[in-house]
Design a protein around this ligand. Structure first.
Ligand code: CTP
Ligand code: MG
Length: 224
């Protein structure tokens, strides 16, 4: 799968893992770190021309050294992140080379992403400002306040956002620079009026947030 346009990738790995209890991105999942498992499909994806990994300041030296130690056909480097995820992603975007026009943002905590899904989000940018992986909701979704249901959302229009979230560079950087707090890039691009498409992700592309997720990932990685 080779789109005409190549993309740069930003892997967000600068979180502190509060809910997990430690920086899960550097913990070993079987033989390699979680971050390495996540990096692999990006290294293999023919539509990605370079990769920036965003890490906490105290991990920069070690991660940079590790990245230099493996052979890769494309440039891979590490930069320091920020307090909020969006600050980390912005730092990553600004560290890509000037000729990158499309940026695929991905959570280090989603190791089961595939190069096919990465390419699908890149292809989706041909006729939109961005394209994200998302999953149609299988459950009915309720809006709840103080334990009481406020409303029931129409399941047919509910999609659960995953990553990669891929955008044209200019609109993404503009979106990330606005005064807004968000949990994903798409909502920031939407807020500046950007048109964002979805491409179907898959349940296996889940985010490792808790120890329960880690156990599941350990089982799945055996089969990889
Ligand atoms: N992330 C980041 N910079 C931040 C915060 C998060 O790069 N300032 C990254 C994390 O490393 C992770 C991804 O964003 O790969 C998704 O975030 P999440 O699962 O919330 O990880 P953490 O923020 O580390 O966990 P927690 O919210 O429990 O502290
Ligand atoms: Mg977080």
């Amino acid at each position: 799968m080779n789109s005409a346009v190549k993309a740069g990738a930003v892997i967000a790995a600068a979180g502190s893992g509060e809910r997990f209890g430690e920086k899960k991105q550097f913990k070993r999942l079987r033989k390699r770190t979680l971050l390495f498992h996540t990096l692999k499909p990006f290294l293999e994806c023919g539509d990605v021309s370079e990769i920036v990994v965003v890490v906490p300041e105290e991990n920069l030296a070690l991660v940079s050294r590790e990245l230099k130690s493996f052979t890769s056909a494309k440039p891979v480097k590490a930069v320091v992140g920020g307090t909020r995820r969006q600050d980390s992603v912005l730092n990553g975007c600004l560290a890509l080379s000037n000729n990158v026009e499309i940026i695929a943002v991905h959570d280090a905590a989603r190791p089961f992403v595939t190069s096919k899904l990465i390419s699908a989000t890149i292809d989706g940018c041909n006729d939109a400002d961005g394209c994200i992986a998302a999953l149609p909701s299988k459950d009915t979704v309720k809006k709840v306040k103080n334990n009481q249901i406020q409303s029931t959302l129409d399941r047919n229009v509910i999609w659960l956002a995953q990553t990669p979230q891929t955008f044209h560079k200019d609109v993404l950087i503009k979106a990330l620079q606005q005064d807004m707090i968000a949990t994903d890039e798409a909502s920031m691009v939407e807020a500046v009026g950007g048109k964002v498409a979805v491409t179907k992700g898959f349940a296996g592309n889940f985010k490792i947030t808790t120890h329960e997720d880690w156990k599941l990932a350990e089982e799945l990685i055996k089969e990889k």
